[in-house]
Ligand binder design. Structure first.
Ligand code: B9F
Length: 129
């Protein structure tokens, strides 16, 4: 079966965009994340992402994880973990689960600091395309 490639431009069902660089030899990657949904309201901003794909890269549907630092917004971080699939039609899909950690003022507020959810990304553009 064809191999799923992480690099390129992706969009999720919340209309967020992310661009993933070429992978390094050890599976590392970087990129940029543009979210349309922000609880802070205001305009969408680009945030840096960093991640790793599980090796060996020869597998058809590799697993991966990455972190987005919401520098523009505050002291908050999201981690995504997922797997890259190629559908029978040839369409590539990233199925992910995320944790969004918000900074809280004290340990007493820790219980409300983490949101969880899922995102499905589909390819918008091929790498270098
Ligand atoms: O809205 C988030 C935020 C962080 C600090 C103030 C605002 C940043 C954007 C998060 C986007 C999430 C969704 N977008 C997407 O594509 S990441 C997971 C979802 N997938 C107040 C404190 C923490 C949140 C709100 Fe804030």
């Amino acid at each position: 079966s064809p191999q799923c490639q992480l690099s390129g431009l992706w969009r999720n069902e919340q209309d967020s965009l992310m661009e993933i660089s070429a992978l390094t030899d050890d599976g590392g990657f970087q990129g940029e994340y543009l979210t349309r949904v922000t609880l802070a309201g205001s305009c969408p901003r680009v945030s840096p992402l960093k991640g790793a794909q599980q090796q060996p890269s020869e597998v058809a549907s590799p697993t991966f994880a990455f972190t987005v630092r919401w520098d523009m917004f505050s002291n908050a971080t999201t981690t995504f973990a997922g797997q890259c699939f190629v559908e029978a039609s040839g369409r590539e899909v990233l199925s992910t689960t995320w944790l969004l950690r918000e900074a809280v003022g004290s340990l007493e507020e820790d219980w409300k600091a983490t949101r969880v959810g899922r995102n499905i990304f589909t390819r918008k553009r091929a790498p270098g395309g």
